[in-house]
Every structure is written in C-alpha cells, then in structure tokens.
Design a protein around this ligand. Structure first.
Ligand SMILES: Cc1cc2nc3c(=O)[nH]c(=O)nc-3n(C[C@H](O)[C@H](O)[C@H](O)COP(=O)(O)OP(=O)(O)OC[C@H]3O[C@@H](n4cnc5c(N)ncnc54)[C@H](O)[C@@H]3O)c2cc1C
Length: 394
C-alpha cells in the first residue's frame, strides 16, 4: 500500500492549489480526483466556458506565488477596473472604480477551466503523486488512515477533503454542517453584446434575484459577457425553456439594455444554490477546505476566493509546524487553521445572506432603505474604499 504524509481528496481549484502550495514542503503528497488531473489543451478560438470566477486581488497574488498566474494570463484572463450595481426597483445605484481606490484592477474574470488547467500544468512539474479518475470512497481511521479509492488503498497521516459542496468525506466523517436552500437557481452562459462592457462587472438586483454581466475578452470586434442569473426555480425553468432569440430578448430587457442589444447566447446551464457551513473544519486528522467546508451565494463572486484563503492559511500552518519540528497533523495545528478561517468565512456568508434578503424584500420601507443606502454609500468615498478592499480580499 502506498503511504503519504498528506492525501488531498478533490483536485478542483482549491485542492489543486493546496497541493501546489505545499509541493515544496518536506512532505509526501498525493492528489486524488474522480476526474482527469492532466491539463487540457487550450484552444484560443473555443467558446468561453460557462463557469467563470471573479478572482480577487488576493487570489491572483496566490496564483502568482504558485507560478500559475502567468499561464492563466497567457490563455484568457479579463481584468476589470469598474463595478456597477443597481436596484431595478428604484433609483439606488453604486459604482466602484479601481483607480480611485488606489488599485490597477478590482479583480479578474477567469474561466474555471483556465484556472484548473494552469494549476494542473504546474503540478505536473512537481513530485506530487496524482490519482486521476479515482474517487475517494471510504476510509478507516488510524495512524495512518487507510483511504479506499476506486481501485486501490492508500495511507495518509492527514486527509484533506477538497471534494466540493457535496463532500463525501465531510459526510463520512460525521462533521455536522448547517445548510440553507437559497431557493434560487443560477442560470449561467455567455452572451455577445452590441456594446463593449467598459471593463466593468455589472450587477442588477431584480425582484426575481440578481443578474450579473461579467466582462470577457473581446474577439474579432465582438463583445462578450459571462452571465450569472439567479432566479427562483420556476422562473429558471421558464428562462431555460426559451429558444436563443427569446432568451436574448429576456436577458436584454432584464439588464435594461445597458450594453445595447444582446446579439447571441451560448448554451445555458443551471446550478441550484445552497448555503452550507461545516460546524468544524477538522476532526480525527481529516480537514475540510473550500466548498467542502462552505458554500455561499455567488452574488458577490466570493466562493472560490474564500476557498483559496483556506489554502493560504492551511498551508501556512502546516509549513510553520514542519519548520518547528511539530506534528503538522496535530489537532492544535488544525485548530489554528479553523480559528483563522471560520470567522471570516462566516462573516462573508452572513453578509451575502443579508444582501440577498435585503434585495429580495418587497416591503416598501426596506426598498426605500436599500435605495437610500446605495445612493448614500455611493457618495462616501472612504466607505466605498473600505468595502472594495474587503471584497478584494485585501
Ligand atoms: C453559478 C456559480 C458562479 C460562481 N461564481 C463565482 C465567482 O465569480 N467567484 C468565486 O470566487 N466563486 C464563485 N462560485 C463558487 C465557486 O465556483 C466554488 O466555490 C468553487 O468551484 C469551489 O472549488 P472547490 O475546489 O472547493 O470545489 P469543486 O470545484 O467542486 O471541486 C471539487 C473536486 O473534487 C472532485 N471530487 C468530488 N468528489 C470526489 C470524490 N469522492 N473523490 C475524488 N474526487 C472527488 C471533483 O471531481 C472536483 O474536481 C460560483 C459558484 C456558482 C455555482
């Protein structure tokens, strides 16, 4: 049986980043994923992938340190300098500008496939042993743990679960978690718009939920935005049943034609949205990170950014323990990781819940409050600077 210091179960954006960030430590590491762990070939003319992430400055810096950022920028990355948010039910609006907050960009929109490919390419240059096409099915606690994959058993002193929102390992380890259905489904796709997006991430709060137009690189004189449209499930059914022309008309009208006509749309996909939070981030030398530990509404594009902050802190704690000659899998080390991450993850989660409730309300008083609040905050540069720095993970 192969034996490792650390087994990372789940090689998505979070698991692959964690593996890379620990690749220089004096540890024998394995990365397991039910999918391939080989970087796919990038075709510059391919359609934009339907899943993208708005990466904060903090996340881009992590990728720079991991040596993966250059690979991403050599493929497709869209920096944005402005953000504009408004309430379709009133006159409230707020704009953010990178330069006035002292930054070059507010963030970058990157296709998830581009992120994962860059990480996998860098991983192929390390000693990390990959187990592609293998699910982690079960484990037996011990010193070391025995982990049952589809086709073999491996051993690990520490098992990290980065196996996503439906984490099998979180369930197997009986770590309790709270769950709340947002009663929203996200419809995602890419659209071509008549006008350039002005390097701006746009978001309108509709009575049915938020609709985001995220800027993508222009090609051949054509302009594109990636769409995340959160809707109650019945309305999502209606939207998904529309043909291309009717969909373009519906989304253009919901977006108040801010970028002119919506000319065409790629195939649409749907994701049910749930808030989840594990009450503990570790138990019996099994640690949770990324969506396995927490999922939030995508309205502020923070999900993977929080997961990447988990990666920063967990690797920092493990490396510090190794430097001191301490046991990196000991519960006081993992407690520190939990202490440092749980508060910020919860704060972001509660902020998203508050925002979602604020904009979902029909109450005339709350509508007045949110419109006045947006206008008022928009006129306070210092408050806006603080908000934007927080959203950028700075
Ligand atoms: C519509 C939408 C838009 C979003 N937009 C943003 C955004 O703009 N910005 C942002 O920060 N976040 C965003 N998010 C959130 C973001 O996509 C997630 O937080 C992120 O994908 C989580 O990454 P992860 O690596 O933790 O999990 P995942 O991406 O789910 O990866 C889990 C990996 O584990 C593997 N796996 C699962 N089970 C097993 C098993 N048993 N054995 C082995 N392998 C397994 C899977 O194959 C997968 O590779 C959005 C989410 C949604 C739904």
């Amino acid at each position: 049986m192969k034996s490792f210091d650390l087994v990372i179960a789940g090689g998505g954006m979070v698991g692959a980043s964690l593996a890379l960030s620990l690749s220089k430590a004096d540890l024998k590491i394995a990365l397991v994923d039910q999918q391939s762990l080989t970087a796919g070939a990038f075709a510059p003319d391919s359609l934009y992938a339907p899943r993208v992430s708005a990466l904060t400055e903090a996340s881009s810096r992590l990728f720079q340190r991991l040596g993966a950022w250059e690979l991403m920028t050599s493929q497709r990355v869209m920096p944005y300098q402005h953000m504009f948010v408004w309430d379709s039910e009133g006159t409230g609006e707020i704009g953010f500008d990178a330069r006035s907050a002292g930054f070059k960009t507010l963030g970058n929109i990157v296709e998830n496939d581009v992120i994962r490919n860059a990480l996998l390419q860098k991983l192929s240059e390390t000693d990390i042993e990959c187990f592609p096409g293998q699910s982690t099915i079960d484990y037996q606690l011990g010193e070391p743990h025995q982990i049952q994959l589809d086709n073999e058993k491996i051993e690990a002193r520490l098992l990290v679960a980065t196996d996503g929102a439906e984490s099998r390992l979180r369930k197997l380890s009986n770590i309790p978690s709270s769950q709340k259905d947002y009663l929203h489904h996200a419809v995602v796709t890419t659209v071509e718009t008549q006008r350039y997006h002005q390097d701006t991430a746009w978001q309108v709060f509709l009575d049915t939920g938020p609709l985001a137009f995220l800027p993508m690189p222009s090609r051949g004189g054509k302009h594109y935005c990636s769409i995340v449209w959160s809707l109650v499930p019945d309305r999502a059914d209606d939207i998904l049943s529309l043909d291309d022309e009717a969909f373009c008309q519906a989304i253009e009208s919901a977006f108040e034609s801010r970028l002119g006509q919506v000319i065409s749309a790629d195939p649409r996909f749907r994701f049910p949205l749930k808030q989840r939070h594990a009450r503990q981030y570790h138990r019996n030398r099994i640690v949770l990170a990324g969506d396995a530990a927490h999922t939030i509404h995508p309205l502020a594009g923070q999900g993977v950014n929080l997961g990447l902050q988990d990666v920063e802190v967990l690797s920092e704690e493990i490396i510090r323990a190794l430097d001191r000659g301490d046991d990196f899998s000991a519960s006081h080390i993992l407690n520190r990781y939990q202490r440092r991450r749980m508060g910020s993850n919860l704060l972001m989660m509660k902020s998203m819940e508050g925002l979602q409730n604020l904009f979902a309300s029909d109450d005339i008083g709350i509508r007045w409050l949110r419109n006045t609040g947006l206008k008022w905050t928009n006129s306070l540069p210092l408050a806006k600077d603080m908000l934007i720095k927080h959203a950028m993970g700075m």
